[in-house]
Design a protein around this ligand. Structure first.
Ligand code: SF4
Ligand code: SF4
Ligand code: SF4
Length: 457
């Protein structure tokens, strides 16, 4: 009797191959090809380094959102000047180089590497004693003006910039160079403790970005290495009393404060002194050591957390990607709250319609004024609490000019900005980045490129 031979069965792959990009080897940081794969309704990156092998990482925890968000991809704008040239290829030529797809919406300038905290998650690994001189700051600002003409926004950062002995001169210099909005990024320690400092700050009134991670002491002990809750609440009250608009900057860490994102969003909307909150899923850069790249917080986790933890007071569908960078980098919404009812702007206007760049080039019924106003709001340069943000909001809603005055104090921006680390780095996002580090040499370097490839090198 002859034995029956079995025909071998071909197996299907478990993942859908969605696209190919380039990333970094998490060990040696060389640039390597990477597949973007959809699996179990999540998005993963799969890459191979000839020296260190295969790597997989989670990059977005909702495949449906990831693919549907790609329509929010606005054509870029050229800067006036490129300080770099194309030589080695992306991402080695930053400066910006002429192949970059977007100008600078927001420049970040680190004026010191010193800090009065030692946070275990510090992406700058701030522990130095160096302060930029006023002359150097002036040269850097000139480079920014050369690239942008009238730059919209600069964020003064560090280290802890409030330790810089010439901070007030730097804030004034940025204004004098014609930069429209000056933001100050701080941990809030001097604001809570130093009356004279706060009084001087109140004369300049920069837009203040306050590091604020949660509503319990344990969160600060884990993320910042010290119980700072009381100090943070005191900073908010003292800033509000001086009429300085506050935006909370929240580092979201899996298993530490991801259950507080709803309460923080509610605090931001309900507190009259807070104009915005930015959630930043933690990135494994700088001092933050190696973690499991398959278990991380991504933008959809924060959106779903806000929806479930506020019992639908705010919803995932209230948020729309920001179209000036790559659309999976940031999602935001604007909320009007009158003490009773919460009204996110996308429930009032069909924002989606205006910011869908695959469709809206062929729809002629869209109002150009509404379009421009919404683009002003859904931009990395939009600063919560600024007059410009207020007027864009009023124009988008068709509120008459004589009624809109001061409306910026009634609205709150809520955003999520997911910066990249070696596990999630995607060259196509870097290539359209509009948030740029202004380096001491006067180069503008996409912030995620700077953090992963230039910092400390
Ligand atoms: S990230 Fe942009 S500036 Fe940097 S090398 Fe690539 S295209 Fe050029
Ligand atoms: S995260 Fe900010 S506050 Fe913390 S050590 Fe770094 S620079 Fe200082
Ligand atoms: S800094 Fe990173 S996450 Fe933010 S816009 Fe640029 S590339 Fe995207």
């Amino acid at each position: 009797m002859t034995e029956k031979t079995q025909t071998p069965q071909k197996a299907d792959r478990r993942a859908i191959f969605f696209e190919m990009t380039r990333s970094l080897c998490p060990i040696c940081k060389r640039v390597v090809d990477a597949d973007v794969l959809l699996k179990d309704d999540k998005v993963y990156m799969h890459k191979f380094c000839p020296e260190h092998g295969m790597f997989d990482s989670l990059i977005y925890s909702d495949a449906g959102l990831y693919t549907s968000y790609l329509k929010y991809n606005k054509p870029g704008t050229l800067p006036l000047h490129f300080a770099g040239e194309v030589k080695k290829g992306c991402p080695e030529d930053c400066g910006l180089c002429p192949e970059h797809k977007q100008h600078t919406c927001l420049a970040i300038m680190e004026i010191t590497d010193a800090c009065n905290l030692a946070c275990p998650v510090c992406l700058a690994d701030a522990q130095g004693h160096h302060f930029l001189s006023l002359e150097q700051v002036s040269r850097m600002l000139d480079a920014y003006v050369k690239a942008e003409g009238n730059p919209d926004v600069i964020q003064i950062s560090g280290g802890e910039p409030t330790l810089h002995p010439q901070l007030f001169e730097i804030l004034a210099l940025a204004k004098a160079k014609g930069i429209n909005v000056v933001q100050l990024n701080t941990n809030g320690i001097r604001i809570a403790q130093d009356d004279a400092f706060l009084n001087r700050l109140a004369e300049i009134k920069p837009a203040l970005y306050l590091q604020f991670d949660g509503l319990t002491p344990e969160v600060y002990l884990q993320i910042r290495g010290a119980d700072l809750l009381e100090l943070k609440m005191k900073s908010i009250e003292r800033l509000a009393a001086k009429g300085i608009s506050v935006v909370l900057a929240v580092t979201v860490v899996h298993g530490v404060n991801d259950q507080q994102v709803g309460a923080i969003a509610k605090l931001a909307v309900e507190h009259p002194g807070i104009r915005g909150v930015f959630f930043q899923p933690v990135t494994y850069v700088g001092r933050h050591g190696q973690q499991n790249p398959l278990e991380r917080i991504t933008i959809p986790d924060v959106l779903k957390g806000i929806e479930s933890q506020t019992a639908g007071w705010l919803r995932l569908t209230d948020f729309i990607p920001v179209p000036c960078p790559y659309p999976t980098c940031m999602s935001i919404t604007y909320v009007h709250y009158d003490g009773q009812e919460v009204r996110p702007l996308p429930r009032v206007i069909n924002v989606d319609h205006y910011l869908d760049y695959l469709q809206n080039r062929i729809v002629s019924s869209l109002s150009p004024i509404t379009q421009a106003s919404l683009e002003g709001l859904w931009s990395s340069s939009a600063t919560p609490g600024s007059e410009k943000t207020g007027s864009s909001y009023a124009c988008a809603c068709g509120i008459p000019l004589d009624v809109f005055k001061g409306i910026e104090k009634e609205i709150t921006m809520i955003g999520i900005h997911a910066m990249m680390d070696v596990h999630t780095f995607d060259v196509k996002r870097a290539r359209k980045c509009c948030v740029h580090q202004l380096s001491p040499e006067g180069k503008l370097i996409p912030f995620c490129v700077y953090n992963n490839l230039r910092r400390g090198c």
